[in-house]
Design a protein around this ligand. Structure first.
Ligand code: SF4
Length: 351
């Protein structure tokens, strides 16, 4: 059962309530470098990214926002730390949402000013806490994170601002889970999920999947971001992989590939990698199997829409567990790609 939260709009995208759980990422370019930032956002869009956050560390970055926005197609969130003037400037320059940390912006008059401007423009503010919000490590981290967010919400509600998105992130999975479980019961604003500073690709995939996955399975979470020390496109792919594996979104190519064993007759790993790279921009949902042998392959991958399996100097192509073609090993991959392209085209046609 999904937690019922208030619906909040970021640009023309609604989040929370019964809306789809959205996949976010953050650019890793210098926001002042408008061209590089636009090009990274367009690349993220191709992978399906639905909301993008950019760092706004100074005036020049805030002033870059309209130039960036003119060239992209998804809502843009301005990430502000410490300097309230930058929040105002980002709002005035057309940011679709502000990520603000009122704990860092102590002056109540400024928080009031920011929220009035945001209200005027109809844009939400994301408040949140992570360990960086504290000068010293609190004795009870979970409690401190929750209290910090509640205080931030109180400040905004105190100036009648309710267009709020909440986020509590820690690099520790269990801390993130516990804090989000508590905050989810206390407020009805949409929740953005993530494990922060989650590390390099493999470790961060495990940590984010464990933390975000557990919370989503318990109905908590309206937007997600996999924080990964790697290219942001990988964050987007991971986000969709997780949502798809929990049956929360149906999106893009899912490669089902066998772990390979002594029976493998084709290069399962290299074929799977090539397919993933080649069809990474496909948005229609499709399960594609790459199986080492035809003895077990088609049956084991019965759920796949289309698949390839190796045989003695040949291989088979199957759809929904039924073999549709046998091909010699030289032509096998090429024929499979052709069949796959046809299937993608078929699925892309409006019904
Ligand atoms: S599909 Fe064939 S090659 Fe792959 S793991 Fe199963 S038995 Fe081994």
């Amino acid at each position: 059962m999904r937690r019922q939260s208030k619906v909040v709009k970021i640009g023309n995208m609604a989040i929370g309530g019964q809306n789809l759980i959205r996949v976010q990422s953050m650019t890793k370019t210098d926001t002042r470098d408008v061209e590089a930032t636009i090009s990274q956002i367009l690349s993220l869009e191709e992978k399906g990214c639905e909301i993008v956050r950019v760092a706004v560390p100074d005036e020049e970055a805030a002033i870059a926002i309209p130039h960036i926005k003119r060239n992209i197609h998804i809502p843009l969130v301005a990430d502000i730390h410490f300097d309230p003037r930058l929040a105002v400037l980002a709002i005035d320059n057309g940011a679709d949402k502000i990520r603000l940390n009122p704990s860092n912006i102590k002056d109540l008059a400024w928080v009031r000013e920011i929220s009035l401007r945001a209200k005027d423009k109809g844009i939400p503010i994301r408040v949140g806490a992570n360990l960086g919000s504290f000068r010293e490590r609190p004795a009870n981290v979970v409690e401190a994170l929750v209290q910090s967010v509640l205080k931030e919400i109180e400040i905004l509600e105190g100036v009648n601002f309710e267009d709020i998105v909440v986020s509590i992130k820690a690099s520790d999975v269990m801390t993130t889970i516990k804090a989000n479980e508590i905050i989810a019961k206390k407020v009805n604003f949409p929740i953005h999920l993530g494990i922060t500073e989650a590390g390099l690709l493999e470790t961060s995939l495990v940590k984010n999947s464990a933390g975000i996955g557990y919370l989503l399975m318990n109905g908590i979470g309206d937007t997600i971001r996999f924080s990964i020390t790697d290219k942001p496109e990988k964050e987007v792919k991971a986000g969709f992989d997780l949502l798809r594996s929990l049956h929360l979104r149906d999106y893009g190519l899912e490669i089902i590939s066998c772990p390979m064993c002594g029976r493998a007759e084709i290069g399962v790993q290299s074929i799977a990698k090539q397919l993933e790279r080649r069809f990474s921009n496909v948005k229609v949902p499709l399960k594609v199997a790459v199986m080492g042998c035809a003895v077990n392959g088609p049956g084991e991958a019965m759920d796949a829409d289309i698949g390839i399996a190796g045989g003695k100097r040949s291989g088979v192509i199957f759809r929904n567990g039924k073999i549709i073609k046998t091909e010699n090993e030289i032509k096998l991959y090429r024929t499979f790609v052709k069949e796959l392209k046809n299937l993608i085209e078929e699925r892309q046609k409006p019904s």
